[in-house]
Design a protein around this ligand. Sequence first.
Ligand code: TRP
Length: 325
Amino acid sequence: MNKKRVLSGMRPTGRLHLGHYFGALKNWITIQEQYDCFYMVADWHALTSDYADTSALKDNSFDMVADWLTVGIDPAKSVIFKQSDVAEHAEFFLILSMITPLGWLFRCPTYKEQIAEVKSKDLHNFGFLGYPVLQAADILIYKAQAVPVGEDQLAHLELTREIARRFNNFYGDVLPEPQALLTKTARVPGLDKRKMSKSYGNSILIAETNDDVAKKVKTMYTDPLRIKATDAGHPEGCVVFAFHEIFNKDCAKRKEQCTQGTIGCVACKKELTELICSFTGPMMKKREEILNDRKLIENTLKEGAKKARETASATLKEIKKAIKI
Ligand code: TRP
């Protein structure tokens, strides 16, 4: 039986944190077994908004792939590649740009939101507006049937489906419409309760040293109404408890202890530190092993690009035939 194909991508932002792991990667690892997976380092996507300073782009891609391999994205099972190594995406993007109405792009909720909110960089560039068209090209060039995406990317996937439909209307049935692969993921708060994000400086890395985990857990926001350890605590809305829900099998008991005031925040944090370290510690070790062999990552991307190009160029041939160019 032929496995369904999946494509997903991530912008290279450097070393990944627990939010990336529980929000996406954990699922990526699982679905490697049932699907034919293509996982892409979306470096051109990074350029659409971070075009002014590209000095960290290469290192960020390298660090991200190191983390992918660390957590168990397996080059023997999945195709791991860098977008800019497969120029076919760019050619297809150009073709799709001809048939994508501007209104679809200006109406995109992520576009409107970022234009309104992001003040640190100028996003009034052509590439940023066209970003969802590039994403559509990424997906459709592999004829991916399923795309694991977070809620924030759903609008982009819908646009991809609309672009595929429009293409097929003009030129014949070439592109399958991809489905969203929505799975339950844990929302990981940052140390300060906002969303965990590199730019907020509130994250715990997947491969973090035990010392750094301990330091970070100490800074976690706790219940300000709780002055003495015996005061009743409020686990809901407590960052420390949110992490217990992810890492502690017995978090129901912890909830009880906290509410009844039989455990204090210091002890609760200490235990959490140990729980997180039992995850991050082995990741740290694995990452070091992977980095010992620098060629491993280079070869993974080289092999991945080769395989990705095979599929992408075959689709591009069909596409060109369909549009008679
Ligand atoms: N836009 C995605 C993000 O910023 C990354 C991405 C690029 C992607 N191309 C994709 C995700 C194709 C899924 C499918 O996270």
